[in-house]
Design a protein around this ligand. Sequence first.
Ligand code: SF4
Length: 368
Amino acid sequence: MIDPWSTVSLDYEKYIEQFGIKLFKEMVGELEDPHWLMRRGIIFGHRDFGRIVKAIREKKDFAVVTGMMPSGKMHIGHKMVVDQLVWYDKHGADIHIPIADLESYSARGIDFDQSRQLAIEEYITNYIALGLDFKKDNVNVYLQSKNIVVEDLAYLLAKRVNFNEMKAIYGFNGSTNIAHMYAPLIQVADILHPQLEKYGGPKPTVVPVGPDQDPHIRLTRDIADRFKNQFNFVAPSSTYHRFITGLTGGKMSSSQPKTAIFLSDSPEEAEKKVKTAKTGGRESLQEQKELGGVPEQCVIYEMLLYHLMDSDEKLTEIYTNCKNGTLMCGECKNITAELMKKFFEDFSKKREKAKKLAENILDGESTW
Ligand code: SF4
C-alpha cells in the first residue's frame, strides 16, 4: 500500500497502546484546514483534542502552552512546534510560552542570565523569524523566574503531590536536589495558569509535545482533577508529534552537531549537510532501479515530508518514484538540498531582522 506519510519508524504504536493516547488521524477530518504536520501523521496522537476542535469551530476561547528550556541551539526539528504555534495563532488561540529558566537552572546548572540571553538570541529570535508575532496581545512569553502567578500556583498545587509520586514519574531519588524536584510542578502551573480567572477562567488548553513528555501531561491532568473544586480546571489536551531523525540516522540532537541542521546555519552549511544525510537508497544504482528505494528509512524524504515540500501531490510523486526505482538518491538529494538552501536564504534574512525585535520582548531585568 502506498503511504507517503510514513517515515523513519520509531515505535509510536507502543505509546498509543500503552498509555491510551488516541490516534490523531481521527481528528484530521474534523478540522477545516489541518496543518500538514497533522495531515501527514507527523502529529500522530492526542488526548482530548476534540475539545480544541470544538473551540476552534465555535470560536470559543482556548489556549496553547508550550515551553522552551534554554539549553542550547535550536535545530530544524524544533521548528515543528513553532509551526504549530503559528497555526494555532491563526485559529484564535491564546498562546503561552514559558521559558523554563528555573528548570534550566535546577536540572542543567545554567544560570539565569545565561538562560535569558539564550532565550532571546536563540529561541525568541527563531520564533519571530518563523512567523510568530510576539507583539500580539494573545501571545504571551515569560521567564518562569519572573512569573509570580505561576510560581504561586505551583506552590499551591504542590500541596497535593507527594515525593513517591514524583519519584515514580521522574525517577528522583534521595540525592536529587530539591529545586530539580520542584521544577515539574512549575511546569504543571505553566500549563494550568491560563485557566485562572485572571486569564479568562477555565478553558480548553492544548499542549503539543513529543511522546516522551506524556508522563508529565498525565501528572498535569491528574493535578487539574485534584483541584477541580477549587479552580474548575478543564483537563489539558495534548498532541504528540514524531521526532525528526538526525542526519546520521539516529536522533537529531543539539548536543551532537553532526546529527543536526541548526536554525542558525548558513544556507550553504544547510545545503551541504543535506548532501551528507543518510538515505534509504540501495547499495548500487542497478539495485535501486530494480528494487526501488526505502523512503520510510530516508532522512532526505523526512526533510521533505516535515519541512520542505508543501505540496502533497509533489511529495507523493517523489515517494512513488523512489519506490518504483525511477528516482535515484543523487537527484533526490540535489532537489532537497536546493529546497533547504532556499528555505535558509529566506530564513536567515528573517533571523537578522528578528534579532533586534527579540531584544525587547521579555519583561523585567535579570534578578541575578
Ligand atoms: Fe530517499 Fe530520495 Fe533516495 Fe528515495 S530516492 S531513498 S526518497 S533520497
